[in-house]
Design a protein around this ligand. Structure first.
Ligand SMILES: *Cc1c(COP(=O)(O)O)cnc(C)c1O
Length: 471
């Protein structure tokens, strides 16, 4: 057999190389001119139909394939790179991380284990995440798809800590474990308890105070009454940056209660943990460095391209004990490529893993922690500006305090469904992408300002447009 034709590499690289160069040129033009394009547009049914075709038996050249990308894919993406995207809590990405993705693709590293530079880069990123949050240098960790997985891993480590190895061997039995988080907890936390075999009902949602922080007296009462009822409290989850309003729980108080009752203290800092990079916000995170584990995302406020979540675990031995397995085909060696223990496959559920660390490492290296902290401060300043514009208008009102980068507001004389329709109208017009949530039973327009490309004019234009449509 002709080896050449069995390879997926081209016989002559010139065509592929030329199209590749064109892609790079086009994509830089695209990023430089994002503002001229709609933030989002609905996909016409003809475009959708392009992705409902049978399996292609024969291939095609890269040039028409790229044309198809330009016509049918690029215009219909979700738009979170765009400066007027403020929906949910999503990062804008950055061009350095984009290039890192290209380089990582060329290396095609499998970062599940073995002794190679991919794992060295990942350990560097974990060490930086520990340094950012004030965790000890010995902290263990792993890059993951996102904080949903990071929170899940934290629950499994906390479960291991209370039940020991037998839970891995024999399952949970009837251990009546209970965990505590604020009412503003992200949906993935009950999801993590479910996936850990403990069930949604193992989570006590503790009421919050007027600043949307977990009530410390209510937490203490809940733990004591669970203990009195024969339950086994094992985990407190503090939220650093709640999804609805961006509130920080009192992490120092939570860590003290956790220590007093002997519970694992986890921080869901999916986006908020990186507020540690801002000297002005850092005091709000006091206590985070006492955590047993922290979940955070580089793909939100640190603007790394998706996906880039991270878990930090204070106790490296316990982290490994929670996941490690020995198998012949993955046996570690003292030297050679099979060296370099511990391997990521013994620190989490994935065996094959991408070289996710490269884009994080390149982003942090290219911009430095100071600049990334300034981006975070800038988005919070924009949120304050938005809140100020809302308070000044007699058409709009804020529905929650604005401690961080999220503003929940509404058009005063609109019903819930009119406020929700307004959001959809703005999205469909390609102008702005806020999202919605419900605050104290009222439908809110929610602007989560995360993107480093958003400027004050975008905020002013958003307010002006909403007021225009509300009158
Ligand atoms: C985004 C978010 C999550 C989920 O993280 P993913 O990266 O989307 O999996 C969890 N908790 C909070 C507070 C979040 O903001």
């Amino acid at each position: 057999m002709d080896t050449h034709h069995s390879s997926l590499d081209p016989a002559d690289w010139a065509t592929l190389r030329a199209t590749g160069h064109q892609m790079i040129d086009d994509i830089f033009n695209h990023l430089a001119n994002l503002r001229d394009k709609p933030v989002w547009q609905p996909m016409p049914s003809a475009v959708r139909a392009n992705f409902q075709k049978p399996l292609p038996q024969l291939g095609q050249d890269i040039a028409p394939l790229y044309e198809s990308f330009r016509a049918n894919i690029q215009p219909y993406v979700s738009g979170n790179t765009h400066p007027t995207f403020m929906g949910w809590v999503q990062g804008g990405g950055n061009a350095v991380a984009m290039l890192a993705d290209l380089l990582a693709g060329a290396m095609n590293e499998n970062c599940g284990g073995r002794d190679h530079v991919g794992l060295a880069v990942e350990r560097q990123v974990i060490a930086w995440a520990a340094e950012i949050t004030g965790m000890p240098v010995s902290t263990s960790g792993l890059l993951l798809t996102g904080s949903s997985m990071a929170n899940f891993i934290a629950v499994l480590c906390a479960r291991y800590k209370i039940l020991g190895h037998s839970a891995r061997e024999d399952g949970l039995g009837s251990a009546p474990l209970v965990a505590y988080a604020s009412q503003g907890v992200h949906r993935c936390v009950p999801g993590a308890l479910d996936m850990a075999g403990l069930g949604f009902n193992a989570l006590r949602k503790i009421p919050t105070d007027s600043d949307y922080r977990m009530s410390i007296p209510a937490l203490r009462t809940a733990i004591e009454s669970d203990q009195a009822a024969g339950k086994t409290p094992f985990l407190i989850i503090g939220t650093a940056g709640s999804v609805d309003v961006g509130a920080f729980d009192d992490l120092a108080a939570l860590s003290e209660i956790a220590r007093e009752f002997g519970l694992w203290f986890h921080v869901d800092g999916a986006f908020g943990a990186l507020a540690c990079l801002s000297p002005t916000l850092r005091p709000q995170l006091t206590g985070i460095a006492q955590a047993d584990s922290i979940a955070l995302d580089f793909h939100k406020w640190a603007q790394v391209t998706y996906d880039a979540g991270c878990i930090l675990i204070r106790d490296p031995a316990l982290h490994e004990a929670t996941f490690s397995q020995s198998t012949n085909y993955l046996a570690a060696a003292a030297r050679g490529l099979a060296g370099g223990q511990p391997w990521p496959c013994d620190l989490g559920p994935d065996l094959s893993r991408s070289f996710r660390a490269l884009k994080v490492w390149m982003t942090i290296s290219a911009f430095g922690s100071e600049k990334l902290g300034q981006v975070i401060d800038h988005t919070c300043a924009l949120a304050k500006h938005l809140a100020h514009r809302i308070e000044q208008s007699n058409v709009l009102e804020c529905l929650a305090p604005v401690p961080l980068n999220i503003v929940c507001f509404r058009v005063k004389n609109f019903t819930d469904s009119q406020n929700a329709s307004l959001v959809a109208d703005l999205q469909e017009a390609g102008l702005f992408v806020p999202s919605t949530t419900t605050i104290n039973g009222q439908r809110a327009i929610r602007a989560a300002i995360v993107n480093h490309r958003t400027v004050a004019t975008d905020i002013d234009n958003l307010v002006d447009e909403i007021i225009r449509r509300a009158l």
